[in-house]
Design a protein around this ligand. Structure first.
Ligand code: MN
Length: 358
């Protein structure tokens, strides 16, 4: 069967629908964070992936970059206007990547709190339109754990955003597991969002211009999710839940081979780092992960992922303002799904996962 890719240039406005569209991977940036970034770009040891990505968006005169910077810092009139134009009832906001994860530890810990208070204020101003996720500083896992507890109990924000690796380090390292313990104890799912590629992974992607959202993000974030699975994190934290965007960073499509080859690798005892885990990699994906379609408004991919993960585990996301594509909303509205399943995809799965009061 020939599958046609949708035309991303069309600008049709979405029609009225019998469900609320909740977009679940939408970005913001307090202006103060951008000031911190500007100072970081000048440091001689600045991470090249971070500077290449955020340095570009923050300094490029291109329409796309200017639009993104304007939208990131607005949590009021402009954002609500864009949501209205796209038919988005609610955004679940996350501090834009890389958040605090390249800052020095003290700055990261204190700015995560500031960002979460800034977000909570915006949600208070627009309680029916905005929800959010908590930023934390993995650089200090104990402080991150405390901030999860504070955010859930005092700010009423019930999920966490982590932008993949933290200065080249992965959450599969047990030194970070206080974060998982706090997320599990506070019933707060962790959204594992892309970051720029770590320095030791950057070159072969960057020389081909494939390091960003086009491909590199998905490779690195998918790798991170797999490292968490194969390190036995979910055997240690059986109630921990995570979310991955961009159609599961292609992991559902990989599931068969992951299971087969992980089993073979464990059996071969080739790597000291590969120890037996209780289930197959695909079982952890299905039982511990939720997937959003951020940036992938493509019906066959959504349907495959729903088939693999289950109808209750696939959620709508736009990835505003990086992928501010109004016509994609209508494309998702028009998917051949029952009315009930469409409401799950756009609304009720998000209400349940992020504890949004209807
Ligand atoms: Mn995103």
């Amino acid at each position: 069967m020939h599958m046609q890719l949708p035309d991303p240039a069309s600008t049709r406005r979405p029609a009225a629908v019998p469900y609320k569209r909740i977009a679940t991977e939408e970005a913001f940036a307090p202006p103060e964070m951008l000031d911190i970034y500007r100072r970081m770009f000048d440091a001689p040891d600045v991470d090249p992936g971070f500077k290449g990505l955020m340095g570009f968006y923050m300094s490029s005169p291109s329409d796309r970059a200017q639009h993104i910077m304007r939208c990131l810092t607005d949590l009021d009139a402009l954002r609500l206007q864009h949501m209205d134009e796209a038919g988005i009832a609610m955004q679940v906001l996350a501090l834009t990547s890389p958040g605090v994860q390249f800052m020095d530890t003290a700055t990261a810990v204190s700015f995560a709190r500031i960002a979460n208070d800034f977000l909570a204020d915006a949600i208070r101003r627009h309680p029916t339109r905005l929800a959010g996720m908590l930023a934390v500083a993995p650089q200090d896992p104990v402080a991150a754990a405390k901030e999860i507890e504070r955010g859930v109990t005092q700010l009423g924000i019930h999920s966490v955003i982590i932008n993949s690796h933290t200065q080249g380090e992965y959450l599969s390292d047990p030194k970070f597991w206080d974060i998982f313990a706090a997320a599990e104890a506070n019933d707060a799912p962790i959204y594992l969002h892309p970051n720029s590629l770590p320095a030791n992974m950057l070159q072969p992607f960057q020389e081909a211009g494939l390091d960003g959202a086009v491909y590199g993000f998905g490779v690195e974030t998918g790798l991170h999710a797999l490292r968490i699975i194969t390190a036995g994190v979910f055997d240690r934290f059986p109630k921990l839940r995570m979310v991955i965007g961009h159609m599961g960073e292609a992991l559902p499509f990989w599931a068969y081979r992951l299971d087969y080859m992980h089993r073979a690798t464990v059996k071969s005892q080739r790597y000291a780092s590969v120890k037996p885990i209780r289930m197959q990699p695909s079982d952890y994906l299905k039982q511990h992960f939720y997937v959003t379609n951020s940036g992938v408004a493509w019906e066959p991919a959504v349907k495959f992922t729903q088939d693999f993960m289950g109808m209750d585990r696939v959620l709508y996301a736009m990835d505003y303002p990086y992928q501010h594509a109004v016509d994609e909303v209508g494309m998702m509205d028009n998917m051949a799904l029952s009315a009930e399943d469409k409401k799950r995809f756009f609304q009720t799965n998000a209400e349940t996962l992020f504890k949004i009061k209807a």
